[in-house]
Design a protein around this ligand. Sequence first.
Ligand code: ADP
Ligand code: MG
Length: 373
Amino acid sequence: MASVCVAVRVRPLNEREKEMSAKVIIHMDGSTTSVHCNKKHIPKGIPGIGLTDGGRHSFSYDFSYDSTDVRSPNFVPQDKVFKDLGCDVLKAVFEGYNACVFAYGQTGSGKSYTMIGSPGDLGLIPRICDGLFCQISEKDQVDGASFRTEVSYLEIYNERVQDLLTTKTGPGSGSGLHLREHPKDGPYVQKLSTHLVQNYTDIEELMHAGNAKRTTASTGMNDVSSRSHTSFTIIFTQVRFDAELPCETVSKIHLVDLAGSERTGARLKEVANINKSLATLGSVISVLADTCVTGGGGGSHTGKRKKQLFIPYRDSLLTWLLKDSLGRNSKTIMIATLSPADVHYSETLSTLRYANRAKNIVRKPTVNEDSGV
Ligand code: ADP
Ligand code: MG
């Protein structure tokens, strides 16, 4: 099953970019994304790294979503993203697999918009949850199967895990939790609370409560949220009867909002931790994508590839925690979000390269080589 899907999405110019008379430098054609930039577009102090071919780089992904202009016939709305990506997540989960969706990109590029959205313009998480409960009620009536849905919500900030849903009070409660590995069930966070939910409203309430508990809220530092990773996890248990015997499958869906990929403004220790976890995640995903092509499983011997592939899950808390949702029994999706503006050229190019490294390079050949350094 190990299947890695990589999508990129570009948002509209924001007011600040318009005030700066920023130019749109992202162009999408089918699954291909190109970024064009003349040196004159690059603001002072931002190096024009890798500018070749007249400042044009093209990459192909599983999906390239153009959401720059709502009036354009090519505009990609939230429901299209859900149909392409969210439906696959639901399919995998009902088949008993795990799933993992990441949003990667610089702060303000649209990670939360894509994952959560707004009340009138719902993103992936609410749509996935809604789809989950719709399918549960359909299946409940048809074949008498039973389902249990629980959620947990955690934050990783400076390589420390915090429970965002704990009901315990008092100093330090729910923070600095330890990651353990169960020999059979895999990695888990000791003492992380899980909460039974019956519908999306229950989930929404828990997400609100969790967001209020993020490090940003407790420290009063607004930009900390851009330096922490959060994982909203749905633990979905299905009980069916196979020849009169109950058969239980447990699937996890991790919905992950990663720390902003930019490195400006963060403190030294934070930079090191963020870089490490984002780099490790990139390596894990690219090894998995490669494993998928060669027909092998995470770390297993295969006919084609005799050498054991090493997947560096343990190199960061994030990847270790997500290990069982990043392996062969999992549907993994990365959505890289982009600003369309020339003023963010360097960050955009580095996001495109990160996403390019994560994708299944052999199965989906690149249209044009990225020749930059
Ligand atoms: P991030 O979570 O990456 O920091 P946000 O999701 O908060 O960024 O997006 C920043 C702003 O851009 C928000 O006001 C959001 O509504 C807007 N935005 C982001 N992506 C889109 C999009 N695809 N279409 C319309 N608006 C968007
Ligand atoms: Mg956000």
